[in-house]
Design a protein around this ligand. Structure first.
Ligand code: 8YV
Length: 311
C-alpha cells in the first residue's frame, strides 16, 4: 500500500473476494486501470470482455491458472505474478508434509486428541525414513528446486524430475536426472508436484498414475488441487496402492471436514498455506505493487507471465 501511495496512485481495496459478488467485482474492475487480484477470482474471457478499460493485472500469486492468458494476450493486457519470493515458504510446506506423512505425525496428533496414546507396541506407528530415497519432482521450477535442495541436504535424497523441458542448470546444481512421466511415477519414493497447473494436466494424478507408483510411495501436492483425482487418491491410499499423501491443495477447495481423505491415517491435508509466511506474503505484496505501478506508469511489468503483449 505504501509503495502505491508513494507513487500517488489512488486505489480501492476489496479485502477479500468473498465480500463482493462477481457483478460487483466486475463493476469495480470496469472503473480502474489496473487490478491487483488477491484471491482466486476467475479472470476469464467474459471478465475481459466486460472490463475493456483494464490496462494490466497483477496477481497475488505465482500461479496464473486463474487467468485466461489468451484472452489477456488478444487485448495486449499484461498479467503479472509473484515469482521467487514464495519458493522457500511453499517448498517448506512440501517438506513438512513429506515428513508428516512419512512419520504419520498428523494422525498421531489426532490420536492424542482422541485420548488414544496407546500402550507401547514395537510394531505400532511405524513410519519411513527418507535417507537416500528418491525424490521425484513434477515441475522442476523455482519451488521444485527449493524442495529438491532441502531433500538433498537433509536426507541425501536422489533427485529425478519431469518437466516439459530439461532444466540443465538445476540438473548440474542438484545432480538431478530428467525422466519421462512413467519413470517418474515408477521410481519416486516421494513424488512432489510443483508444476504450473493448466487444463491439459487436469487430474493427471489419477487411478492410472497411482497404479504405476511404488506401494511405498508418498504423494505430495503443494501446487494445485486439480492435479489430483481425489476419489482415485482415496482408493489408492485405502488399497495400499501408494503409502501416503500430503496435500496443501485440494480438489475442490476448500476441502470439507467430512472429506473421507481426512479420516485416513496415511493422509494429511492443509488449507493451502504454502506461501503463508510473513516473509513470503510481504515479498508477494511488493512484487504485485511493483507490477501495478508499472501498468500505471506505462512501463513493462517487472514480473510478467505474458511478455508477448509487449512485442
Ligand atoms: C496463494 C498460490 O496463497 O502463489 C500461488 O500460486 O497458490 C498461493 O501462494 C494463493 O494463490 C492466493 O492468492
Amino acid at each position: 500500500i505504501k509503495l502505491l501511495q508513494d507513487k500517488g496512485i489512488s486505489f480501492t481495496i476489496n479485502p477479500t473476494e468473498n465480500l463482493l459478488s462477481r457483478e460487483e467485482f466486475i463493476k469495480i474492475c470496469q472503473e480502474h486501470d489496473a487490478l491487483l487480484n488477491v484471491g482466486t477470482n476467475k479472470l476469464d474471457e467474459d471478465f475481459f470482455q466486460r472490463c475493456p478499460n483494464l490496462k494490466g493485472i497483477a496477481l497475488f500469486s505465482v500461479g496464473f491458472d486463474s487467468v485466461n492468458i489468451p484472452s489477456a494476450n488478444s487485448r495486449k493486457i499484461p498479467v503479472g505474478n509473484t515469482p521467487d519470493v514464495l519458493s522457500r515458504a511453499t517448498s517448506d510446506v512440501a517438506f513438512l508434509l513429506m515428513q508428516s506423512v512419512a512419520r504419520k505425525s498428523f494422525f498421531n496428533h489426532k490420536r492424542i486428541l482422541g485420548n488414544d496414546w496407546g500402550s507401547f507396541d514395537p510394531l505400532a506407528n511405524l513410519g519411513q525414513e527418507l535417507y537416500g530415497k528418491t525424490l521425484g519432482v513434477f515441475g522442476l521450477g523455482r519451488i521444485g528446486i527449493e524442495m529438491a535442495k532441502k531433500c538433498k541436504a537433509a536426507f541425501g535424497m536422489k533427485i529425478i524430475y519431469h518437466n516439459r523441458s530439461h532444466n540443465e542448470a538445476a540438473e548440474k546444481e542438484l545432480d538431478a536426472k530428467y525422466v519421462d512421466f512413467e519413470t517418474l511415477l515408477a521410481k519416486s519414493d516421494v513424488l512432489s508436484v510443483h508444476s504450473n497447473y493448466s487444463e491439459e494436466n487436469n487430474e493427471l494424478f489419477n487411478k492410472n498414475a497411482f497404479a504405476k507408483m511404488k506401494s511405498s510411495a508418498i504423494f505430495i501436492n503443494t501446487a494445485r488441487g486439480k492435479f489430483q483425482n481425489e476419489n482415485d487418491l482415496y482408493d489408492a491410499l485405502t488399497n495400499n496402492i501408494i503409502w501416503g499423501a500430503g496435500l496443501d491443495v485440494t480438489n475442490p477447495e476448500p476441502m470439507k471436514s467430512d472429506n473421507p481423505l481426512l479420516s485416513l491415517a496415511n493422509c494429511c491435508a492443509l488449507p493451502h498455506i504454502g506461501s503463508a509466511t510473513y516473509e513470503a506474503r510481504n515479498g508477494m505484496a511488493v512484487c504485485a505493487a511493483q507490477n501495478v505501478i508499472a501498468v500505471i506508469e506505462g512501463k513493462k511489468m517487472p514480473f510478467c507471465v505474458n511478455e508477448e503483449v509487449y512485442f
